[in-house]
Design a protein around this ligand. Sequence first.
Ligand SMILES: CSC[C@H]1O[C@H](OP(=O)(O)O)[C@H](O)[C@@H]1O
Length: 350
Amino acid sequence: MLNENFVIPRSVIWKEDYVSLLNQQKIPQVTEYLELRNIEDVWEAIQSLKVRGAPAIGITAAYGLALAALQDQSKSLQEFHQNLQKSHDYLASSRPTAVNLFWALDRLMKSVSNAQTIDEAKSTILKEAILIEKEDEQVCQLIGEHALSLFKDGDRIMTICNAGSIATAKYGTALAPFYLAKEKNINLSVYACETRPVLQGARLTTWELMQAGVDVTLITDNMAAHTIKSKDITAIIVGADRIAANGDTANKIGTFNLALLAKSFNIPFYVAAPLSTFDPSITDGDQIPIEERNPEEVTQINGIQVAPKDVKVFNPAFDVTPNELIAGIITEKGMITGEYKEEIKKLFSN
Ligand SMILES: CSC[C@H]1O[C@H](OP(=O)(O)O)[C@H](O)[C@@H]1O
């Protein structure tokens, strides 16, 4: 069973007129919740990775748009919609890769397109944001169940970054099967890559799984190949930030490396992601915008200079794994595999 003292940490909590946010930049040293009281607070929290993880970014942005709507002082419905569009566009500028951000914002805009009054629009947009969070909880549970069916007692599974409870509304995506396995007394051993440069694996994944009593071992990213060989890793499972219509998948930088290693060692490489992480509007992974972040994330660790200040830095936050390296994409509707273009078309046809 899950450690009886374990409470799956929630990263985003709506509090009537503000958002209570777990500051993921301070974990594991400090567990602090911030009060986001306006759209600017929300934008900054997403951009600075105080909240990160594709689904959690979408949920937070949705509550940010709801905050802007509730605080709007427009005198006409037309002015309200104009201000809402500006707020939508502002929040959409916080980070470019995770499609959940845009999916959530667009869903809220659509929810109020037929509102007859400003009050109706305000009430509707908040309800839709709350619904997105509730749906994500159910989606992660389903993804966990489908993913767990791929593993057996004693398996040793590698992951990268953090696609856990704090990156979603609950359970997470790639980490969901580990929580469910623990609840069912199925022993899975997790090998978590530290995930340079922001260290989501070292700081967040180990922190979450240890609290749940899940067996987790931390490795540095460059230990992956040797670990797969010497620890006889049986599978790799990762999250996603955007999946193209052909199954090419963007995820944290270093994910593509693991997919190549999985092929080389002939072990399955799985992606776990909700339908809200798919972007059927783009044909392949080359069209996924890859965020490049502040060079200081690479040249400093916790504010300590580890490289020359003026060194040239390339700091892409994501990479794209081509669909042919992916054994299966696990969604709330089950796992798709092989003919991804056709399978994804079916997923979004009904
Ligand atoms: C379910 S989280 C998905 C995804 O988001 C993370 O990126 P970031 O930490 O920069 O927000 C990572 O790629 C996770 O796999």
